[in-house]
Ligand binder design. Structure first.
Ligand SMILES: O=C(O)CCC(=O)C(=O)O
Length: 262
């Protein structure tokens, strides 16, 4: 799929765009992969529903090597070419997959956050594709703070279930913004999504989501890619995903036996 200059410019300016039908022909594979993942979580599988809230919000990541449908999409869909065009990168490395499942009626919102600070990746050439396999009305869809990927300081990463700080060095980060309390300061982007549409967003775009008020599931696969300028950066604690024993050092390119060029 060719991406227009307007789409690339919007991605650079706003940090996120919707790409209709990017994964439509992969919907059945993605559904199979997500369903398998929900019933066979990895050791990273997490329940994020807070006490007293109705419904379920489950997430899990780094499963592409054991879920062939995910590997197939990562290697054979248009994701690689679109990622290269949006990032302006010759080469594309796959970083990881992430499943995010909200049951019908799940009351749990996804806290506002940037993915970047949870990761050990530094660089401007980054993109995630948020790919729902169920219809998602605008109220339950991903929300992104426009142009937040250009903020000069990173937002405090927190633990989704408890709200505690993810790292100890809070002073390195700015407080988590609340666009609902300050809509004049923070403009948000949000789209209604059909199965197979994707939202492409930068690792540093601040995003979140409300609960799933519909009476259908909200099953999503996020696929994350990095480009030529991505380098390993040492964080002050264990990252998410942690990739134990990766043995990379500050400034190195991500090891391509774990993060393949595609
Ligand atoms: O699906 C959601 O609620 C959040 C998605 C997200 O945080 C991500 O894909 O990085």
């Amino acid at each position: 799929m060719n991406i227009s200059k307007e789409q690339i410019d919007s991605y650079k300016k706003d940090g996120a765009i919707k790409i209709p039908s990017l994964f439509t022909k992969w919907i059945n594979d993605i559904k199979e992969g997500i369903n398998f993942n929900i019933y066979n979580p990895s050791l990273y599988g997490a329940e994020n529903t807070k006490k007293g809230q109705k419904g379920r919000f489950f997430d899990d990541y780094c499963n592409w090597q054991r879920i062939p449908q995910f590997e197939n999409i990562i290697k054979n869909s248009d994701a690689r070419n679109v990622a290269a065009q949006l990032m302006g990168s010759m080469n594309v490395q796959f970083f990881h997959d992430h499943v995010l499942y909200k049951s019908a009626g799940s009351e749990t919102s996804t806290p506002w956050h940037q993915d970047g600070p949870y990761y050990f990746v530094k660089g401007n050439m980054t993109v995630s594709f948020w790919i729902p396999v169920d219809y998602v009305p605008i109220e339950s869809s991903l929300r992104i703070i426009k142009a937040s990927h250009k903020w000069s300081r990173e937002v405090t990463p927190t633990k989704w279930l408890t709200g505690e700080d993810f790292y100890k060095n809070k002073k390195d980060y700015i407080p988590v913004p609340d666009p609902d309390k300050n809509p004049t300061k923070y403009k948000t982007l949000q789209w209604e999504m059909n199965p197979g549409d994707a939202i492409a967003f930068h690792f540093n775009a601040v995003h979140g989501a409300r609960g799933n008020k519909t009476n259908t599931k909200r099953r999503v696969l996020s696929l994350r890619f990095v480009g030529d300028d991505a380098r390993y950066i040492e964080r002050s604690g264990k990252t998410s995903p942690p990739f134990p024993n990766h043995n990379m050092r500050d400034g190195q390119k991500l090891r391509d036996d774990w993060f393949p060029f595609i």
